[in-house]
Design a binder for this molecule. Structure first.
Ligand SMILES: Nc1ncnc2c1ncn2[C@@H]1O[C@H](COP(=O)(O)OP(=O)(O)OP(=O)(O)O)[C@@H](O)[C@H]1O
Ligand SMILES: [Mg+2]
Length: 217
């Protein structure tokens, strides 16, 4: 489903960050990306999430080449297909838990009531249904991460991506988050997660290791 061919990327001229990456990820697969700090994990995920685009090589999704899409089409594509969870949660502090989860529905053709229902369903799926009225600083770190997951899930994306989604959490919270991500990735859904933690990586179908911008295994 995801196909990356001969991908090369640098932020600065002559400083390659990703080197000749070739990668296929099938629908329904769960994949962990591991590697030392600075090895290019976030950069690779950002390209897969279409947050970075001036790379060399080809990135296609269901045989459609992402490179060929206009900016507008890319934004639409990301919104419809990809849910992203970051290590730092990135919840907006002045919005309630419910309002944070409703954000990805902005501009979509749902009524206000439907948006509230979708966000509530998503929060219930991660066990945060009771916290709709709370503000992000009134919940724990593990709970905030669950809200971030609910927000990533609210449009029911076929691909869920996480950049160290368990990075700030203790072991039991970390376990819970991985279980939630797996449980909420539907049968044909794809889960791609960056982690430093081998005990997390072991829970995935496949582990991709980056070493200085190259896939080493
Ligand atoms: N915005 C940027 N501008 C310039 N260089 C960058 C930028 N972001 C990352 N880099 C460089 O690209 C390389 C890969 O960074 P990346 O963030 O992808 O690594 P990472 O594997 O995610 O590391 P970590 O585990 O520390 O998060 C590093 O050498 C980094 O310094
Ligand atoms: Mg990173």
């Amino acid at each position: 489903m995801i196909k990356i061919e001969n991908l090369n990327f640098s932020y600065k001229k002559n400083v390659p960050v990703l080197k000749n990456i070739n990668l296929n990820i099938n629908a329904g697969e769960s994949v962990a990306i591991v590697g030392k700090s600075g090895s290019g994990k976030t950069t690779l995920l950002s390209i897969m999430a279409i947050l970075l685009d001036d790379y060399e090589g080809n990135y296609s999704f269901h045989d459609e080449s992402i490179n060929q899409l206009s900016n507008k089409e890319r934004v639409k594509f990301r919104g419809e297909n990809i849910g992203i969870v970051f290590q730092g949660f990135y919840l907006l502090p002045h919005l309630t838990v419910l309002q944070n989860v409703m954000l990805p529905l902005d501009g979509l053709q749902y009524s206000k009531e439907e948006k509230i229902n979708l966000a509530q369903e998503s929060l219930s799926a991660v066990g945060m249904g009771e916290f709709v009225e709370s503000y992000p600083d009134e919940v724990s770190g593990g709970q905030a991460q669950r809200v971030a997951i609910a927000r990533a899930l609210v449009r029911r994306p076929s691909i869920i991506m996480g950049d160290e989604p368990t990075g700030n959490l203790d072991e039991s919270n970390s376990d819970m988050i991985i279980k939630l991500l797996k449980k909420n990735t539907n049968k044909d859904g794809t889960l791609i997660v960056i982690t430093h933690d081998m005990s997390v990586a072991e829970q995935f179908d496949r582990v991709i290791r980056l070493n200085k911008g190259e896939i080493s295994s």
